[in-house]
Design a protein around this ligand. Structure first.
Ligand code: PLP
Length: 401
């Protein structure tokens, strides 16, 4: 039996909508992108939503709209995907890497505080630190109030990398109302609709904001810096336009938005399905001493993009890589989120990082394994994952003498 790490959940509604788009003859940015933007903005409680062709593009546009300049520093967690930091490098600015909290693996604000006063490598090249890019790892939101307070105290803007965090929500305490990710939680919140994300358009992303000026700038720059976008130009708009800035080519297509509209309509059903599978894992692994489960934090609605377990290596006779190889041999696809950025060749060589510079991430990543978690995983597939993980733990357990 084979269980893939991920399988997208696509229905006839998505297929029919794509076919409808193809038959309409309107393949690029058009009415379906506009509708998708409106509905997505409503879904997260944001007045402005700009659809783009990736979350990376959304992050790039957000930093451009906020005026990031060469030599400035931006606080970025070391435990994240390449995109979060590379967009800072696009400007010749410097990602000031921050360690993670041992529990959630989200950015550690206390460590961020230390990096502000002594930006350990690469401190010498940073003129001043201007912003913060929190990542809600796996779809577990950071404490929004603490992030906001931290940013306000240090006059930093916040751009959220919410690639994992749709739909997700936070509240300060039981009894408080929920705040959705994107509902004023940052200057700009960036979502990903990459193939294996919780809502997919194949490739795609969305930047949401409650700031009309930021939205206007991002929209402008997402299509060559033209004063009118293609929709305006071709569908009743004027043939004439001005280039008002050297923009980018980041617009989403109506073909992609066709998928997004139906994925969005099913978003809560899909979230519940992932939640049920994750809670099943929680129960099935509760008595396995060789692994730590991610757990279910209070006062959060989790998107459940990932189910990352951590191996208790001191209780095992094999390392994580061998454990993954064995899982793969048994037909279970898995992944690791992530090798910390400071342990990648580019960041190591450019900024001289050593693993111990961000010790929590360096210590935790060799224990991490993300298990398959996707809507539509059937009972046999779940049972196979559970029995393989349990079986490997039993087989490789350190025998106590
Ligand atoms: C997937 C991902 C991205 C990039 O998303 P794209 O839409 O592929 O550009 C950025 N950040 C994180 C944390 C991701 O997981």
């Amino acid at each position: 039996m084979k269980v893939p790490f991920f399988r997208p959940s696509l229905t006839d509604a998505e297929v029919d909508e794509v076919v409808d788009t193809l038959r309409s003859g309107w393949l690029t940015t058009g009415p379906k992108v506009r509708r998708f933007e409106e509905r997505f903005g409503e879904a997260v409680g944001a007045p402005h939503a700009v659809a783009v062709n990736s979350a990376t593009a959304a992050l790039h546009l957000a930093l451009e709209a906020l005026g990031l300049r060469a030599g400035e520093g931006v606080l970025v967690p070391t435990l994240t995907f390449a995109a979060t930091a590379e967009v800072v490098r696009y400007f010749g600015a410097v990602p000031v890497l921050v360690d993670c909290e041992p529990g959630s693996l989200n950015l550690d604000l206390e460590d961020a505080e230390r990096r502000l006063s002594a930006p350990a490598p690469p401190g010498d090249v940073v003129s001043r630190i201007v912003g913060l890019i929190p990542v809600h790892v796996g779809g577990v939101m950071m404490d929004v109030a603490r992030v906001r307070d931290f940013a306000a105290r240090h006059s930093l803007w916040i751009v959220e990398d919410a690639a994992h965090a749709f739909p997700a929500a936070w509240r300060a305490a039981r009894g408080d109302g929920w705040t959705r990710c994107g509902e004023g939680t940052a200057a700009v919140t960036c979502f990903s609709f990459y193939a294996n994300k919780t809502l997919t358009t194949g490739e795609g992303g969305m930047a949401v904001t409650s700031d009309a000026a930021l939205a206007d700038r991002m929209r402008l720059m997402s299509l060559h810096g033209l004063s009118k976008d293609a929709w305006g130009r071709y569908a009743g708009g004027s043939w004439d336009y001005q280039i008002v800035a050297p923009g980018f080519k980041y617009n989403l297509t109506d073909i992609a938005a066709s998928l997004g509209l139906h994925q969005l309509a099913r978003a809560e059903v899909l979230r519940k399905s992932r939640e049920e599978i994750a809670l099943g894992y929680e129960e099935a692994f509760a008595d396995v001493a060789e692994i730590e489960r991610p757990g279910v934090p209070e006062n959060r609605v989790l998107s459940w993009h990932l189910y990352p377990i951590r191996l208790r290596l001191e209780r095992l006779r094999v390392d994580r890589n061998r454990f993954i190889a064995d899982l793969q041999e048994a037909g279970v696809g898995c992944s690791v989120h992530w090798r910390p950025l400071h342990m990648h060749a580019y960041y190591r060589e450019t900024f001289g990082f050593r693993p111990a510079d961000l010790p929590v991430a360096a210590r935790e990543w060799p224990r991490l394994i993300s298990l398959p978690l996707f809507p539509g995983m059937n009972a046999e597939e779940r049972a196979h994952v559970v029995s393989c993980v349990r079986g490997l733990c039993a087989r490789h357990a350190q025998t106590t003498t």
